[in-house]
Design a protein around this ligand. Structure first.
Ligand code: PEP
Length: 252
């Protein structure tokens, strides 16, 4: 179901006590503030159990940053869908641009991971987006369209409705460079129309599409005000309670 969402991707940041402190601050914030969006965090996998225990009433949904496309076996360093399912995690990011860049992940890998997550009733947050060269060449809609088709178009209508999409132009991630609200809206509307062309408008309208790429307290409200932007996937600004809470308040 389409919802407004602010999701924090902690990436490989924070030691145990810093992570614990930020989780307590988030819990306190959620207790004392009514939010007009759902709040998710994706901490490092080492801290997933701590997060699940702390947010035992589901105040904040907990996501992994990645899952293996394999179910189990000799895949050193990876975590499986079954593992996160067994500790009550809500879902996982899939094909974040850093997984694509440093680990060679493709949309075909994403397709397998998304299906595995859905088979366990977990929520995939599928990330896509063009790089700077593709943006400059004017190829960005074609790139994002092809990514979306490869990763998602083997799903049924019922399945695709359960996927959250995060459009994250690579040139805007961690760079301080943000897409304008209109640039985000253009791509979000394009993705939604593409999904509508295969699955129908009703299905496309059910899907939350988040924007990611240097969202900060001072630009969140404007970006979230666009009709096809249903929230944000936040990296750097998710690591400080003041910034993250102000971004959440972009929906107030
Ligand atoms: C991200 O990692 O998904 C992200 C959007 O990072 P940042 O907000 O730091 O650009």
């Amino acid at each position: 179901m389409r919802k407004n969402i602010v999701a924090g991707n902690w990436k490989m940041n924070l030691n145990y006590s810093d992570a614990q402190r930020l989780m307590y601050q988030l819990l306190e914030y959620k207790k004392n503030n009514k939010t007009n969006c759902e709040v998710f965090i994706a901490p490092p996998s080492l801290y997933l159990t701590m997060a699940k225990d702390l947010f035992e009433n589901g105040e904040i949904a907990i996501f992994a940053q990645d899952v293996s496309e394999h179910n189990s076996g000799a895949f050193t360093g990876e975590i499986s869908v079954d593992m996160i399912h067994s500790i009550g995690i809500n879902g996982s990011l899939v094909s974040h641009s850093e997984r694509r860049l440093y680990h060679g992940e493709t949309d075909s890998n994403a397709n397998i991971k998304i299906k595995n997550l859905l088979n366990k009733n977990l929520t995939p947050i599928y990330c896509n987006g063009e790089n700077l060269e593709q943006r400059k060449n004017g190829d960005y809609l074609e790139v994002v369209g092809n990514q979306t088709k490869t990763a998602l178009f083997t799903l049924s209508a019922e399945e695709i409705k359960k996927v959250i999409i995060a459009y994250e132009p690579v040139w805007a991630i961690g760079t301080g460079e943000t897409a304008t609200a209109d640039q985000a809206q253009e791509v979000h509307a394009f993705i939604r129309d593409l999904i509508a062309s295969k699955y129908g408008k009703e299905t496309a309208d059910e899907i939350s599409i988040l924007y990611g790429g240097s969202v900060k307290p001072d630009n969140a409200k404007e970006i979230f005000s666009k009709p096809d932007v249903d929230g944000g996937l936040i990296g750097g600004a998710a690591l400080k309670i003041d910034d993250f809470s102000k971004i959440i308040e972009g929906f107030n």
